[in-house]
Design a protein around this ligand. Structure first.
Ligand code: HEC
Ligand code: HEC
Length: 92
């Protein structure tokens, strides 16, 4: 009983470490001041944009209507940082 419990727990721990590593290989983890940079949802307005394009939506909270669907953009919580997409990587 105890042996199977130990085997079960070690298998579980092994696989959790394995999957965590797998995820990190796919997505580099970017942390600034202890906060994780959120990844970009793959919406049309997040693909192939310049920093100026990004700022036009994220300079403040806005409601953007695209194809009759409303999206709420949120104000950038940090100071201006060049090359947004070096930290905010597109989700795949
Ligand atoms: C057309 C306006 C628009 C542009 C341009 C834009 N965003 Fe967004 N962004 C939004 C909206 C709206 C959301 C909320 C998405 C949702 O509701 O899922 C969002 C969400 C985000 C988020 C939160 C994570 C997420 O995707 O939900 C980050 C970070 C972000 N944007 C950064 C950027 C960066 C960096 C750029 C430039 C490459 C950019 N945005 C360009 C409107 C925009
Ligand atoms: C050095 C890395 C880095 C760069 C470059 C960067 N960001 Fe961020 N961003 C972060 C981190 C980390 C957070 C997490 C929240 C925080 O810092 O308070 C964040 C949060 C955000 C959020 C809030 C997302 C949410 O879900 O609330 C938006 C919007 C955003 N960034 C937009 C931008 C835009 C636009 C640019 C380019 C002008 C940019 N970021 C450049 C690291 C970065």
């Amino acid at each position: 009983m105890l042996t199977s419990l130990v085997i079960f727990i070690s298998t579980f721990v092994y696989w959790s470490i394995f999957f965590k590593k797998y995820e990190e290989d796919q997505y580099p983890l970017i942390i600034v001041d202890g906060k994780k940079a959120p990844r970009l949802s793959p919406l049309s307005f997040h693909i192939n944009k310049s920093d100026t394009d990004c700022m036009s939506c994220h300079v403040n909270n806005q409601i953007i209507s695209i194809n009759d669907k409303n999206f709420h953009s949120m104000e950038m919580p940090h100071e201006f940082r060049d090359n947004c997409m070096s930290c905010h990587i597109l989700k795949i």
